[in-house]
Design a protein around this ligand. Structure first.
Ligand code: URA
Length: 259
């Protein structure tokens, strides 16, 4: 994955183009569909000595604020660091993809899960398997869509057989999820399950004791609830999860009456 140049410079050009495509894809994934003029011009700058092709970009209409662009850039840089991480060597060797996170960089609400499973490892996207489908329904139950929230995990690589993350693995990934949250600065973080709650709040208390209470993390208000995978195995936990989601909606000013 090196962009180092060979004597004729070809790999460097290929790497540069690949990085540009990845960056634009990342911007599009983040809901940024146009760039401010200066940034757009930088992105279009042709390689030295090459003919400039006709611009294939959309007209710049309502550019996102500089702060929004900063967040996208910071997340893009961090995503690249995560993709190259080999700190947990066995996890890095076994992974198909790192799973960075998904959602708008200015999301008010983040959902923090444990670690990717098989479906997430295969796709590179968080919460796309059965637990993910249930999470989507939970999000929609509080009148939100997945596109409006940011979803991330404590671990960015799949642990073997989906086992619980080890303390060393959480420590290795802490810098990543903490920086993601610092960049996004959500008003609310909802921890899904024991691993996420204990990792974020740096506590050993079980989820049953942590849920139903409010905490703070930086400038974010934090609520914890059961993990959707636990809910799949224990449907009786639906009621407390619904209570936690109602508490979240109430603090976030989301009116759940009607519809
Ligand atoms: N469980 C998680 O904690 N995260 C995912 O992304 C998928 C399942």
């Amino acid at each position: 994955m090196s962009d180092a140049s060979s004597p004729d410079g070809q790999p460097a050009r290929r790497g540069g183009r690949r990085a540009l495509v990845q960056r634009l894809q990342s911007l599009a994934d983040s809901g940024i569909e146009s760039l401010p003029r200066a940034a757009a011009a930088r992105q279009r700058r042709p390689a030295a000595g090459r003919q400039q092709a006709a611009p294939a970009h959309r007209p710049v209409t309502a550019p996102p604020s500089p702060a929004a662009v900063d967040r996208v850039q910071s997340l893009t840089i961090l995503r690249g660091e995560v993709a190259g991480c080999t700190r947990c060597a066995p996890l890095a060797r076994a992974r198909q993809n790192t799973v960075f996170g998904a959602g708008p960089p200015h999301a008010r609400i983040c959902f923090l899960g444990e670690a990717p499973g098989a479906d997430e490892d295969a796709s590179g996207e968080p919460f796309v398997g059965r637990a993910g489908q249930l999470l989507t329904r939970i999000i929609e139950a509080v009148h939100l869509t997945r596109d409006e929230v940011y979803i991330l995990n404590v671990l960015k690589c799949r642990p073997p057989e989906n086992r619980t993350p080890l303390p060393d693995e959480v420590a290795n990934c802490r810098g990543f999820f903490e920086r993601q949250l610092e960049i996004i600065r959500p008003e609310f973080i909802c921890c899904l399950g024991t691993s996420a709650a204990q990792a974020l709040l740096q506590t050993a208390e079980p989820i049953g004791k942590l849920r139903g209470r409010w905490f703070t993390h930086g400038s974010s208000q934090v609520i914890c609830t059961y993990h959707p995978s636990y809910l799949l195995r224990n449907p009786a936990a639906k009621r407390p999860v619904w209570e936690d989601m109602q508490a979240l909606a109430s603090r976030a000013g989301i009116d759940l009456s009607g519809g």
